[in-house]
Design a protein around this ligand. Sequence first.
Ligand SMILES: [Zn+2]
Length: 394
Amino acid sequence: MAKHRKVYRFRMRPNAEQGRALNRMAGARRFVWNWALARWKETYAATGKSISLKALSAELTSLKSKPETAWLSECDSQALQQVLDDLRRAFVNFFERRARYPRFKSRKRDQARFRIPQRVKVSDGKVYVPKVGWVRIRQSREVDGATKSATFRREADGHWYVSLTTEFEMPDVAVVAVDPAKTIGIDLGLIDFATTSDPAEKPVPAPKFYRKATAKIRRAQKAVSRRKLGSKRREKAKRRLALAHRKARDRRNDFLHKLSTDLVGRHEAICIEDLNVKGLARTKLAKSFADASMGEFARQLEYKCSWNLKVLVRVDRFFPSSKMCNRCGALNDRLSLSDREWECDCGAKHKRDFLAACNIRDEGLRLLAAGPARQVKRSGSRCKTRATELSASN
Ligand SMILES: [Zn+2]
């Protein structure tokens, strides 16, 4: 059996008292982080060694019996212990050069949030937060699997959100040879969002609301930068910006979910380009929005393939998908970004995106035939296969 994880995110609707309790938890998290970081630095300065997690944990417990920090006992103790673990992880990331040196958290700069390992339950449109109680949520779907951890976050739009990570098991299956007829390649782009290697399928154009959404975000961004630093009106403009971001993200994800579910349902194996970012967008914002869409789309394809025991193959992004003739194998180096169609010296006529999708599929099939031997381990704890990402192996 292999373990799989799913993440759910819901907006919370705490009452006034629960809202205060959530803010208190976030304040306690910041306090414990800063206190522990200071203790870490003091210990290091005095002894040249890091303080152990065990020692910190014992000190934290004793803080609760001191009058000035007795308020900490009103907060969930496991959430507070979690902070120490988060700090330890931050140091590990720093020592392994993945992150900068941990910093003190300020009320202004840092988002209000905290994390609780296990014990968070969802039932009847409510989430149970230890020491806070049952808080109403906008539960858009059922939660399956056991809750591994829950993160609570107050976002810039002023609302609290809970992200639940659940874990469930699925039987391992041997990777079977996929049927090339049921394998597609997908080329992602800015004009046509997705073009598949199936000539019978029409390309899916990039949604029209993309431009509208980015225009709205840009306007909201300008409004924020016009307002005076630290002013109430700036805070308001910031909330509006966060709202515009969220709305755009929700609409985009909705579109992507429909498309990815449909594609995964109809095929056995899907080949896509790894980190597919190409073409020229009009502005930076439009580009980042499109990039985020492609990234999110690939992520959805990956987990949906994994849940449905299908195969997702990522083809190296340096693979010349749109300029390699799939009849004679020649490379067209004169191809510019604006060329939508081209004719090879061998006489083959190509539509750029469709050719790319076909080449991605062929390369994907070739990688699949080469087998999981091509798997390479990436740094970090997650074992990822670079060229072939097989649903059964992760
Ligand atoms: Zn050719």
